[in-house]
Structures are given as structure tokens and as C-alpha cells.
Design a protein. Sequence first.
Length: 384
Amino acid sequence: MDQTLQFVIPALMGVESTVAYELKKLGLQEVRAENGRVLCQGSPGDIPRLNLNLRCGARVLLSLGSYRARSFEELFEGAAALPWEDFIPREGRFPVKGYSVSSQLHSVPACQSILKKALCKRLGRAYGLETLPETGTLYQVQFSILKDTAALMLDTSGDSLYKRGYRARNMGAPLRETLAAALVSLSRYRGRDPFCDPFCGSGTIPIEAALIAKNRAPGLNRSFAAQRWRWLPSKLWMDAAEEAMDQEFHGSYHIWGGDVDPAAVELSRHNAGLAGVDDIVRFEVADAAKFRREELRGRVVTNPPYGERLLEKKEAEDLYRAFGRAARALPPGWEVDVLSSHTEFERAFGRPADKKRKLYNGMIKCDLFVYGGSVKTSGPRRGD
């Protein structure tokens, strides 16, 4: 299948531009960031490349088409007009799921049922069957209906891309790997300077920093739904994996994670081993209030407890206050990036942020508070 394909990459609110930058680096065409997603064009060979290499996108959806749908009849006819038989084989399973926002067709179960019937009609005609077996490989159909425009897609990823395969369990409230990678990317860390996380929890931020430093594709240790699709040659997956491994860096890096909880530190070390970066990340039991560094420059990227889920609000403020004092004692070449949903974070930390960026940690609205360092730059540093 030598054709131009349309892709939709869902993204956490606030990191769409970071995902768009990733796509451009991978050579995708017509990259366009929208609220909560990024669109682009590519080839069948880009399906494995995207799944293996994307750090901040949620999943890779193959777009089959979009059209206006203000009635169930329009929804049915639009879906039935798309070439599903080019992608879903005779025995393929094709469950349907999705959502509807600000549209006349607001009943999601009804839309699912209509779309399923449309696909059955189209595929039944293509294969000369009244009833399709649906006993084979999974081809998950996703739909979105936004302001009366329906978009139909196939999910190439399966499990969300944040499931890298190195984190069996979490310490308290989890930070998704995709968001952790976005935080590291937004700090413009490229492996040259020391990198620290004084509230490392299960180690996600330092591990993602290590993967970025080594330029290691985050999807190399997992599988994807589209690997089992008949029309997508397995050679494309092998070529993409070989390309990714050829582009890895091998060097000396200074990446550190600390946590006051010994169990968290032990879990971080275990996760780093599963991710294959335990040789370049060091974890220690350490109190963030006593965080010190002698190097003239570096980056701190961290996600301390917010108060809503792990600590009471007063305890969180005390923690921010103590960490703020430690951060202000760092040499002036350090940048400190802190993700928090606490409305009084800057007051408790002891000074206003030089820059703020709105992000979402799951459903929690947060700010990324940036102090010093690269705050005055508009793009990646030369040589990074």
C-alpha cells in the first residue's frame, strides 16, 4: 500500500506544540496542532515509526475520513462510503468507540450502533457476506463528533503510548510517562547538563530524561495493535526498530532522582532497570528541603505532591516553602521547573515564576512554573 495516509495524534492539553515538534523531527508532512490533538500526513511506514518514537503523543490514529453528520442517516451514509475493506480483512474484529461534543448527535451509544451497522454493510458487501465472523485480529474503530463533524479512525497503537512497559506500579498519584517526557522536553534538556528530580516518586521523570538523553525510542520494549495488521508488512516494523536503534546515543550523563521514601527509591531503581537506563540514572534517598548542587548549571524538573491527593494543603505548602529555599540557593545557571496544581504555589515557593505554562495531569489542571535557566530562550539551544 503505497499511499499518503492521514494521522491524528491525541495529546494532553498544553503539549500539542511539543508533539508537533516531534512529528516534524520525524519527517511527517502537513503537521498541524489543534486543541488536544495534532494532525499530519505520512506513509504506511510511518505507522511503526510514530508508535516507536513518539514520546508525548497519546496514541497514533489512522484517519479514514471526516464529514458533516447532523443526523443518524448522514452518520451512516458517510461511514458506509469509506473504504474500510482496504484496512479491515474479512475476519477482522472492529469494535467501535468514541465521543460526541457540541453536536446534534449527542448519544454516544446510538452513534456507536449506527457506525457499527454502516461498517457491517460496507464490509459485508465487499466480502460477499451477510454476517461477518469477527474472529480475527483487532481493528479498533474510533470516532469523534465535534460540532457536527464526524471523524472516523483506526487505532494503530492499542494500549496508550504512555504505557512504555517499564512501570509495573506507582508511588501514590502517578504521572504519565507522556507528560513526564513533555516536561523534560519543555525544559530543553538534551543530555548535556546535570538533570535532577528531588521528588522522583516511581522515577518516571528521570527515566524519561534518560531516554531523551540517549535518544532511545520509548516504544522499543512493547507491542502495538497494528503489528498484527495483515496489510502492514512486518518488515516496516523491523526497519523502524532498526532505524531507531541506529540513532541511539552512547555517552556519559548526569541524571539524578531523589525521594524521602526509601520504597520509592527502590521502585525507581527497579523501573530504570526495566527501561534499560539504570546505568545512567542514579536514585538516592534524599530530602528535597536539603537539595544542593555544586555544578554551575543544570536542570531540575519535578512534580511534587499537590496537596489534593497525597498531602493536606498545609503540608504541601510547607514542602514547597522548604524546597523553594533550597532552589534559591542553587547556582544561577540552574533552571527549576515545577508542575503543580496548587493555587498558592508561587507564594509558598517564595517567588513568582519567570514563566508559566498551563498543563493537565490527567484531569487535574496544573501550571508548569519555570524559574531561571532557559526561560529567556524561544527554542532549543544551539548544539542541543
